[in-house]
Design a protein around this ligand. Structure first.
Ligand code: SF4
Length: 427
């Protein structure tokens, strides 16, 4: 059955008083006061048996994970932590509830404005040795799934659900197969996950966090998941989203502009621009009314001339125009005539291109540093530069806990400016 701490009291025979040793303006006092775990107890209640010996209080374990323990509290055994982390806490989504409880408090304190969001991802090393790996060409015999470790079981289940033929072609860790084999510039490759943050730009509060594999498509997908979840749960949708080039794909712009009506403050990834001195896409003007491009020589590029074959997104110049054009060597020296592919999301990309020329965009570029600073804090101060838990569920749990701690710290710092120092140990 669920146990409960009998209230934190200073011991009469204990000559060391935590209250006296923690400075009045220490951040821990603010965090301690703001961490209200009442809802969490209710959420977990159904996961405990109504009979038997009282368990370690789950609130105690959560507090230990977030901000430590009082000096005279009994310390739970590490196996108790392990069982709860991979059992009740995960099944009941206790860490997500904890994160959302703290986020709601941040909102109640006026730290979230909901106008501008920023998104970014950071690579965190997995707890997987680079030597214990198999290359994509090798076949792995995982043995009996029932006997496999938890990360392997989770991976095999996800593999079956995804049914992705590409999956077998990648380099796999034998201890944490869901981790991505990735190379940082200048260093040896390693296994890793990505932590993805969605933050509100008002005070840099983290609105959502998601674990993903290390690749651009997965990071963009994680951002879409977070934006949808924040809208569903808190009825919050930003006017604009700030992100780097990784989010500058046509699909992402289409989703942001056409589906969500969110202004993308994101650089446009221009793969159609050229570096050999010949005309790039930006040298051609799109005439939306007549659905055609106008080239630097004033000729038209259309989706169909006389050919019956029509690709609605490929615009071609006339063979006759190009063959006699004095600009041909600057335009299409190795082709008979010029053609341009237009993305189905090109109008959304045009919206993003127009935004990049505004002052608001310059301001957004500066504000994006807020999310980068959170990642720097995560790695340098909280020391979450390498995961302790394996598998996607382990990465999710650690990223959620770290983001919760960062929000608590940010809120405590903001609110500590006003009011008296809170008591660590209630009188
Ligand atoms: S080569 Fe063709 S497309 Fe290019 S500028 Fe000349 S006419 Fe226009």
């Amino acid at each position: 059955m669920m146990g409960q701490q009998s209230g934190i009291q200073e011991q009469l025979l204990f000559c060391f008083s935590l209250e006296n040793h923690v400075p009045k303006d220490h951040l821990l006092r603010g965090i301690h006061r703001l961490l209200d775990l009442g809802d969490l107890r209710q959420q977990l209640f159904g996961f405990y048996s109504p009979m038997g010996r009282p368990s370690i209080d789950p609130e105690l374990m959560i507090r230990m994970l977030i901000c430590g323990l009082d000096l005279d509290d009994p310390v739970p055994d590490h196996s108790t932590f392990s069982k709860n982390r991979h059992g009740r806490f995960r099944e009941s989504q206790a860490f997500r509830l904890l994160f959302e409880t703290v986020l709601q408090r941040c909102m109640a304190e006026g730290l979230v404005k909901g106008e501008g969001f920023a998104t970014d991802a950071s690579i965190i090393k997995a707890d997987a040795q680079r030597q214990h790996r198999v290359e994509g060409s090798e076949t792995v015999d995982w043995g009996d799934p029932e006997q496999a470790s938890r990360p392997v079981r989770e991976y095999l289940t996800a593999l079956e659900e995804a049914n992705d033929p590409q999956e077998s072609a990648r380099t796999l860790s034998l201890t944490d197969p869901a981790a991505t084999w990735t190379a940082a510039p200048g260093g040896p490759a390693f296994f890793a996950y990505c932590t993805n943050y969605l933050i509100d730009l008002e005070a840099g509060i983290i609105l959502d966090v998601e674990a993903s594999t290390v690749n651009k498509a997965a990071e963009a997908k994680a951002t879409r998941t977070m934006i949808d979840r924040v809208e569903d749960k808190f009825d919050l949708k930003p006017e604009h989203l700030v992100g780097d080039t990784n989010y500058g794909t046509a699909t992402m712009f289409g989703w942001l502009v056409d589906e969500k009506d969110i202004e993308p403050h994101v650089p446009v990834f221009e793969k159609s621009e050229r570096t050999d001195g010949t005309f790039g896409r930006s040298d051609f003007t799109f005439d939306a009314e007549n659905n055609r491009y106008i080239c630097p020589a004033g000729k038209f590029l259309k989706t169909a001339w006389r050919s019956k074959k029509k690709n609605p997104y490929r615009y071609r110049a006339s063979l006759l125009d190009c063959q006699s054009c004095p600009l041909k060597s600057q335009c299409c020296p190795n082709m008979n005539h010029r053609q341009i592919d237009r993305s189905p999301h090109e109008s959304a990309r045009d919206v993003a291109r127009a935004i990049t020329k505004t002052d608001a965009y310059k301001q957004s570029r500066k504000e994006r540093k807020k999310v980068e600073m959170l990642f720097a804090h995560l790695k340098r101060i909280l020391r979450v530069d390498k995961l302790r838990l394996r598998g996607f569920s382990g990465a999710h749990d650690e990223f959620l806990l770290a983001a919760t701690a960062q929000n608590l710290r940010r809120m405590a710092k903001r609110l500590a400016i006003n009011g008296p120092a809170p008591q660590l140990i209630p009188a």
